[in-house]
Design a protein around this ligand. Structure first.
Ligand SMILES: [Zn+2]
Length: 320
């Protein structure tokens, strides 16, 4: 279990939640993204392999959640509310691809279906974290500005992801992001995995399946890096640091923390190969993260960050 986990242990770690930027920034982002289509997977081609099934919502906090049944091990999507029907197939298709990816890249295939609970807005999301996820009400209320997190479906005990669909154009990306947090939680991780690594890997995996709605995210990051306003990785090591940075936001670039973490995951893959993240996350609980990182990359974290920033500041980065 992560050292930065805040939730009761039986809930799994909630350190990987996806926060929403402050309201003003969200409004600006929403406007900027208004023309971005949300049509599911990036390629549009049918995905072979596991399929995901979609269920209507059942009664709240009941013994039946909608997560029951479905093909073994395949993701299951449960929609809680009117107006979400159009999102279901896109989420389902993306999670089926995520399931294949987690198996091939991380060697993790769930033995039971991972359930995706989808809620139409903030109030329903918070209530759902209590009703379907078993969060106590006070803890659930702290997720008011979040777009997603993960835990368990209390009716079945299965792993679950919880999605706030208040920004529909971001739902598919977030669903895949949270799915990979579930995957991470099952790997023999080293001790002290920093938050930027967890978030960056989840975002980079999501990016491969459903491109980030801010298609110019790298250019935005490069711009803030040149201006000296991009957060450093070392300032995003703990969950509290992460949450503070993301909550503060920057109206011009509200996802700077995620952009930086995603760029780190991308850079790791470019420099050390596609299997680097998986290898680090399979290092085992008797290894410190930095030792695991050095064993795979040959670099300490400070040196890696220095090289990442040099890459971001290099002419041409983010220009295409
Ligand atoms: Zn996350």
């Amino acid at each position: 279990m992560s050292d930065i986990c805040r939730a009761p242990s039986w809930l799994r770690c909630d350190n990987a939640a996806t926060m929403r930027a402050p309201v003003a920034a969200v409004i600006a982002l929403s406007a900027a993204l208004a023309t971005v289509a949300c049509a599911g997977g990036s390629s549009g081609d049918p995905s072979p392999g596991p399929t995901a099934s979609i269920a209507p919502s059942k009664s709240p906090r009941a013994a039946v959640s909608g997560c029951e049944g479905g093909p073994d091990g395949s993701p299951r999507v449960v929609l809680h509310g009117e107006g979400l029907d159009s999102l279901g197939p896109a989420i389902s298709k993306a999670l089926a691809k995520a399931s294949e990816r987690s198996d091939s890249a991380y060697g993790y295939r769930p033995s039971t279906s991972i359930c995706a609970h989808v809620f139409p807005g903030d109030r329903e999301f918070i209530r759902g974290l209590h009703d379907q996820g078993g969060f106590d009400r006070a803890t659930a209320a702290t997720y008011e500005k979040f777009l997603g997190t993960f835990g368990r479906d209390i009716a079945t005990g299965n792993d679950a992801i919880f999605i706030n669909a208040i920004l529909p154009q971001r739902v598919v990306f977030i669903a895949v992001h949270e799915y990979f947090h579930v995957v991470q939680s099952h790997l023999p991780r080293p001790v002290g995995v920093p938050t930027w690594f967890e978030e960056g890997i989840a975002d980079w995996e999501a990016q491969k399946i459903e491109p980030h709605p801010q298609t110019n995210w790298l250019a935005l990051l490069v711009s803030s890096q040149r201006a000296g306003s991009a957060p450093s990785l070392s300032s995003l090591a703990t969950w509290d640091q992460w949450r503070t940075t993301v909550a503060q936001g920057n109206p011009a670039n509200p996802s700077a923390g995620y952009h930086k973490a995603r760029a780190a995951a991308m850079f790791l893959e470019e420099t050390d190969g596609e299997g680097a993240a998986s290898e680090i996350l399979h290092s085992g609980a008797t290894t410190l993260f930095e030792e695991a990182f050095r064993a795979v990359t040959g670099l300490g974290l400070a040196e890696f960050e220095s090289r990442l920033e040099a890459f971001l500041l290099a002419p041409g980065t983010g220009s295409q």
